[in-house]
Design a protein around this ligand. Structure first.
Ligand code: GAF
Length: 385
């Protein structure tokens, strides 16, 4: 947690003026429902107690000046010159600004100081948190009258256009809309949602960060999305009323995709089954059946690894290792994949022992540090007052 006073002071040091607002926008976890959001399916995320913070203030000119504490790096551009840069953190903010300008909203120059405690590249959506923090802050500073959901959509489009990842809406939605102590069951088709209390009794959510991030993750992500869209096109040949994999059954895939392209078939079937798993997991959570919930997590991992092909040896190892322990009810890779964290449902009293045992084994096997992160379901984006 970084305090408002610290952020205001750092803004003052960097820009030699006073900020007017400080915004906190959190990272997220997702209990289950992976790669379903861009297929109009369901997801079950919530924000965590790790966030991106921005302090912001208007300028008298039309310049945007940014400073990212993590990279100790400045960036400056005139509002009228906005375009994506080759790569790097400014794109997430520039992408948001670009979206606001495309909507002809009245923006002026501003300074923005950025800090945070969401581990970067860990699959906890630090980029979505940054987009939402920036969108939320600019909404307040320039009185743009945007709703929270608009800010999430703007963040998603920023990611598509300025970061080149054709992501779904889950990460941005979770960052702005979450409620402490709850998960959000979000229907990504119409963005209707319900909050469900995350009551885990003697169990807790523990994240294990592989500290692996594969450089081809973005293109592999976009490839998966294309495979899903191709599967839908094949089904539409006979069922034109189908819009997305949400409308597709395994029987339809068996009939129309299997013999045409086995790889597309396997990936599409994973998505259809993942939606079903999410519904089963929600029902288990509602009746307090944590064992059943955990089983769904293990099954989801199998699918993500063997069918959807978005895991990696480090993630597979972590999930296999924890399977041995009765104190771990479930585990799976989380988020887009190819690195990042596993999410584990672990008996509270066993967490530290598990971390202690696993850390040296992981280090010996992969030559990498393992980082354990305990998270608490938290509120979405807010102005710090
Ligand atoms: C990433 C994306 F940004 C999300 O939209 C989602 O598709 C997720 O991967 C996989 O479920 O976090």
């Amino acid at each position: 947690m970084i305090s408002k006073e610290q952020l205001e002071q750092r803004y003052k040091d960097v820009f030699e003026s006073k900020s007017t607002h400080v915004v906190r926008s959190p990272g997220r976890i997702n209990i289950i429902g992976e790669h379903t959001d861009y297929n109009e399916g369901f997801v079950l995320p919530t924000a965590i107690d790790k966030a991106i913070y921005v302090a912001v203030g208007k300028r008298d000119d039309h310049l945007i000046r940014l400073y990212a504490e993590d990279f100790k790096s400045y960036f400056e551009i005139a509002l009228d010159d906005i375009k994506p840069i080759a790569e790097g953190w400014p794109n997430y903010i520039l992408g948001v600004v670009n979206q606001l300008r495309e909507r002809a909203l009245p923006l002026g120059g501003f300074n923005m100081y950025i800090d945070g405690d969401v581990p970067l590249g860990a699959g906890l959506s630090s980029s979505a948190a940054l987009e939402c923090a920036a969108g939320f802050a600019l909404n307040v500073v320039f009185d743009l009258q945007l709703q929270r959901v608009d800010i999430a959509k703007i963040g998603q489009l920023a990611e598509h256009t300025y970061a080149g990842v054709k992501c779904g809406i889950m990460d941005q939605f979770a960052s702005v809309m979450s409620k402490a102590g709850h998960v959000v069951k979000l229907d990504c088709r119409d963005l209707s949602f319900v909050y469900t209390p995350l009551e885990l009794g003697d169990y807790a959510i523990l994240l294990l960060n592989t500290n692996v991030k594969h450089s081809l993750a973005s293109s592999a992500y976009n490839d998966r999305r294309e495979s899903c869209e191709e599967g839908v096109r094949l089904v539409q040949a006979k069922y034109p009323e189908v819009n997305s994999l949400r409308d597709v059954s395994v029987a339809m895939l068996d009939e129309l995709v299997k013999s045409v392209d086995d790889d597309i078939y396997t990936k599409c079937r994973f998505v259809v089954e993942e939606n079903q798993r999410l519904n089963d997991a929600c029902a288990a959570l509602e009746r307090g059946d944590l064992e059943q919930l955990g089983q769904q997590l293990f099954r989801a991992h199998e699918g993500l690894s063997k069918e959807y092909g978005v895991s990696c040896p480090e993630l597979d190892f972590l999930v296999e290792y924890v399977r041995e322990f009765p104190e771990v009810l479930g585990a799976r890779m989380m988020g887009g994949g190819f690195g990042g964290c596993t999410i584990n449902l672990v008996k509270k009293s066993f967490q530290d022992l598990l971390i202690e045992r696993l850390t040296p084994i992981y280090q010996t096997k992969f030559g990498l540090d393992l980082t354990a992160i305990k998270v608490v379901p938290s509120n979405g984006t807010e102005i710090l007052i």
